[in-house]
Design a binder for this molecule. Structure first.
Ligand code: AMP
Length: 285
C-alpha cells in the first residue's frame, strides 16, 4: 500500500494510475476506523478501481465547543487496517497541508444544512462540504463512497455534486451495526458500559417506529413522540432531535405517505450519537 501526507505526491500517484487506465475510488474518513468504514472500503474495492482512503480529522467541521481535540486518532492502527483491506493509497494530510492559511473560500449547500444535525451545529456541514470539495479536487475520484449512518451528510454531498456538475458518482452504503443494533461509530469508544447498554434504545426505537409505520401509523408527530418517550423512559440520554423527514429532500413531513427518514441525535454524557432508518410506505393502499 502506498501512503502519503502530501498533496503533490498524491497527485503524481493518481496521474500515473489514470495513465494506466485505472478508475479512482475515494473513501473519505476521519479515521479511528471500524467495520463501518471497512465496509465502505470493501464496496470501493469491488468496483476494481484504484482505492484511495483519506484520513483527516477536519477542524473546519467542528464547532468551538465540540470534540475536535478529543476525537479519537490512531493512524498506525488505521494504516494496518486499510492495508489489510487491499487499499491502494492512504492519504493522511496534516491540518497545515489541507489548510496552509485561513480559509476564505467555502462550499455551502444551503437549506439542507440547516435542519437535523445542522440546526444545532452551525457551520458543521459547510466544513464538511468544503473539505470534501477539497478532497474531490485533490484526488479527482470517479466514484466516492459515503455511509448512510450520516444520512444528511450523504444527501448534502449528493446535492453538492449534482448542483456543481462534479463528474463523480456518489454511492451510499447502508448503516453497519453491532450485533445488538448499535450503529458503529468512532465515538462509541467514549461510552461507559452503562451508556453503551442504554444507547441500544436508539436502534430499538427506530425499528419499532418503522414497524408502527408498516402497521399503518401515518402521523409523523406520533412516531417522533413514540421514539422520544422510549429514549426518555429507557435511558439518561439527552435528546438533541428526533425527526421524521422526507428521505429525498429532508422537507418536513406531517402525514407519512412517501419514503421517509427517521433521524435522531442523542447525547450520552458528552458523547453525541446519531442514528436513522429509512422507511418505505406503500402509496397505493
Ligand atoms: P467518519 O470517519 O465518521 O467521518 O466516517 C467516514 C465515512 O464512514 C462516512 O461516510 C460515514 O458515513 C461512514 N460511516 C461511519 N460509520 C458508519 C456505519 N456504522 N455504517 C456505515 N457507514 C459508516
Amino acid at each position: 500500500m502506498l501512503r502519503t501526507a502530501k498533496i503533490s505526491e498524491l497527485r503524481k500517484i493518481i496521474k500515473e494510475e489514470r495513465q494506466r487506465g485505472k478508475t479512482i475510488a475515494l473513501v473519505p474518513s476521519m479515521g479511528y476506523l471500524h467495520r463501518g468504514h471497512l465496509t465502505l472500503i470493501e464496496k470501493a474495492k469491488e468496483t476494481g478501481a484504484f482505492v484511495v482512503v483519506s484520513i483527516f480529522v477536519n477542524p473546519l467541521q467542528f464547532g468551538p465547543n465540540e470534540d475536535y481535540a478529543r476525537y479519537p486518532r490512531d493512524l498506525e492502527r488505521d494504516a494496518q487496517l486499510v492495508e489489510g483491506c487491499g487499499v491502494d493509497l492512504l492519504f493522511h494530510p496534516s491540518v497545515e497541508e489541507m489548510y496552509p492559511r485561513p480559509m476564505v473560500t467555502f462550499v455551502e449547500v444551503t437549506q439542507l444544512d440547516k435542519v437535523l444535525c445542522g440546526a444545532n451545529r452551525p457551520g458543521h456541514f459547510r466544513g464538511v462540504t468544503t473539505v470534501v470539495s477539497k478532497l474531490f479536487h485533490i484526488v479527482q475520484p470517479d466514484i466516492a463512497f459515503f455511509g448512510q449512518k450520516d444520512y444528511q451528510q450523504y444527501l448534502i454531498i449528493r446535492r453538492m455534486v449534482s448542483d456543481l456538475n462534479l463528474p463523480i458518482e456518489v454511492r451510499g452504503v447502508p448503516i453497519v451495526r453491532e450485533k445488538d443494533g448499535l450503529a458503529l461509530s468512532s465515538r462509541n469508544v467514549f461510552l461507559s458500559p452503562e451508556q453503551r447498554q442504554e444507547a441500544l434504545v436508539l436502534s430499538r426505537s427506530l425499528n419499532e417506529a418503522a414497524e408502527l409505520i408498516q402497521q399503518g401509523k401515518r402521523s409523523a408527530r406520533d412516531i417522533e413522540d413514540f421514539i422520544r418517550n422510549a429514549i426518555m423512559r429507557d435511558s439518561q440520554g439527552v435528546i438533541d432531535y428526533v425527526e421524521v423527514r422526507d428521505a429525498e429532500d429532508l422537507s418536513e413531513v406531517t402525514e407519512i405517505n412517501r419514503q421517509v427518514l427517521i433521524a435522531l441525535a442523542v447525547k450520552f454524557g458528552p458523547t453525541r450519537l446519531i442514528d436513522n432508518i429509512v422507511v418505505e410506505v406503500e402509496t397505493n393502499v
